[in-house]
Design a binder for this molecule. Structure first.
Ligand SMILES: [Zn+2]
Ligand SMILES: [Zn+2]
Length: 69
């Protein structure tokens, strides 16, 4: 359901460059405030963490400390 924004806020759609401004038509999707027609960007899934240095492992599977996942 859409309504008029009553305050300025970032749009939860991270591909959307426009901030939400007072008076814009907005709606809540999954409890996130977005412009009408925008959809919230899902949170990034957690990456595996290196068991040696506890830093997130890069998508190629190699950790900066030299240990392979
Ligand atoms: Zn938007
Ligand atoms: Zn590591």
């Amino acid at each position: 359901m859409t309504f008029l924004a009553r305050f300025n806020s970032p749009c939860a759609d991270r591909s959307c460059d426009e901030p939400i401004e007072r008076g814009d038509i907005v709606e809540y999707v999954d409890d996130e405030l977005v412009h009408e027609g925008c959809r919230p960007t899902p949170p990034r899934p957690p990456r595996p963490v290196c068991h040696v240095c506890f830093i997130e492992i890069a998508p190629n599977g190699a950790c900066g400390c030299g240990v392979l996942a």
